[in-house]
Write a protein that binds this ligand. Sequence first.
Ligand SMILES: Cc1cc2nc3c(=O)[nH]c(=O)nc-3n(C[C@H](O)[C@H](O)[C@H](O)COP(=O)(O)OP(=O)(O)OC[C@H]3O[C@@H](n4cnc5c(N)ncnc54)[C@H](O)[C@@H]3O)c2cc1C
Length: 469
Amino acid sequence: MNKEDKILIVGAGLCGSLLALRLAQRGFKIHLFESRPDLRKVDISAGRSINLALSDRGLKGLNLCGLANEVQSICIPMYGRQVHDLTGKTFDSKYSGREEECINSISRRDLNALLLNKVEAHENVSIYFNKKCTHIDIENTSIQFYDYETKATALIKGDVIFGADGAGSILRKQYISEQKFLFSYAQNYLKHGYKELEIPAGKNVEHQLSKSHLHIWPRGEYMLIALPNMNGSFTVTLFLSNSEGVYNFENLTSEEKITTFFKDQFPDALALISNIKEEFVKNPTGYLGTVKCSPWSYKNKTLLIGDASHAIVPFYGQGMNASFEDVLVFDSILDQNLNSWQDTFIAFEKKRKKDTDAIADLAVDNFHEMKDHVANPLFKEKRKIEMDLEKHFPKEYFSKYALVTFRDDIPYYEAMKKGRAQDKALLNLIADQKINTHLHMNQQELKNILDKIKAQTNTILQEDKIAGL
Ligand SMILES: Cc1cc2nc3c(=O)[nH]c(=O)nc-3n(C[C@H](O)[C@H](O)[C@H](O)COP(=O)(O)OP(=O)(O)OC[C@H]3O[C@@H](n4cnc5c(N)ncnc54)[C@H](O)[C@@H]3O)c2cc1C
């Protein structure tokens, strides 16, 4: 590993840009290639969600590069969910009993632009836009590009290649097609797709719903969510089956059907979306899937990172956060000064893979929680107890959501194991009426509940260990 090595990064999205920045800060020479035009100059849809939920793990990754404060100035904090029922009535469900804990709504474009500005400030980085990587020779570490401007194809040779090219990664495809090594790969699509819509700002550029909440309209088989933007609008996302059920993306084809669906299911949201038919038809339907694969690297030559190695469904709001955490973990491996890129790549995957597998599974679990369970009385009871415990025992109790979202010191895998056992313990205790809850519990009553949950959680964790889970 040499600072003179020519490092090629494919993809100047969120992960590729942060990776380029960190490696440049460490003094490496970077060439960063992006198939799209420069999003700071051309108004292009980022291709995926317009805004994202940024939380502690992502902020920690950004902080590594000294960016957390700047990024926080373009964030809107969201302290909980606001759940909308069929009649338009709402109830609030906080993310945490600790007052300060929140997630942040941020524009994908603004965040990516900020990262690119920082990358560009480094002399040892060259960024190339409109260059689509069409082939990677993993043995010779060379990349073939198609240039959208000149319509020419070119070949670039490097010493190391990072594939930060997202869920459809060309580097990953190359691993599969070249069959040079045993490459395990699984891609699972959800039956649900998604479509983005907009609630515009009000007359005085104000938000028309509470901007300190992530809004959810859970309807069992489908749901709508909305996150605030800095300009007063909300980006609304409909998650709906592609072809199953009474309503699905395939059969919502006419203005009448679309309007009837929204009138029936989301009347309060419909009242705020200005032109449902036009938006519904114009905006693409996206697909959602999980990618797991291994190994992420080939010899001392190439490495997959970010969504390219572990694309996940968006229901925990952790895909970008996990990708930023990748950069943080990779940086910590570089600190070990291992002998070669190969050793570094292997150590990185060894440290990281079970955590990215864990967040992939948790994200699918949360899909069911959001579209269905949030409105369930047992779930509401559980969340009420958790809020009280977090408020009164802020250093002792962390819900599964808090472990995943706010405890950036605990790896995803540990958060998953503990969070799942704790959920099971709490739900069992409620269902078996082993804990008595009422509206205004005092400290001692809550302490008794906490002790019971801890004891049950430990028993479950012990059992899981014996069962090899
Ligand atoms: C609907 C939705 C909502 C989401 N919400 C959240 C959220 O709230 N919080 C969160 O943390 N995550 C969220 N995510 C996940 C998040 O978007 C991804 O995890 C994140 O974008 C991954 O970053 P990346 O850089 O690895 O990949 P990408 O963001 O996909 O970037 C890849 C880049 O590579 C470029 N590229 C691709 N192919 C080539 C090629 N052949 N040649 C050159 N360049 C190429 C692309 O143009 C792109 O710029 C959401 C995802 C979706 C779909």
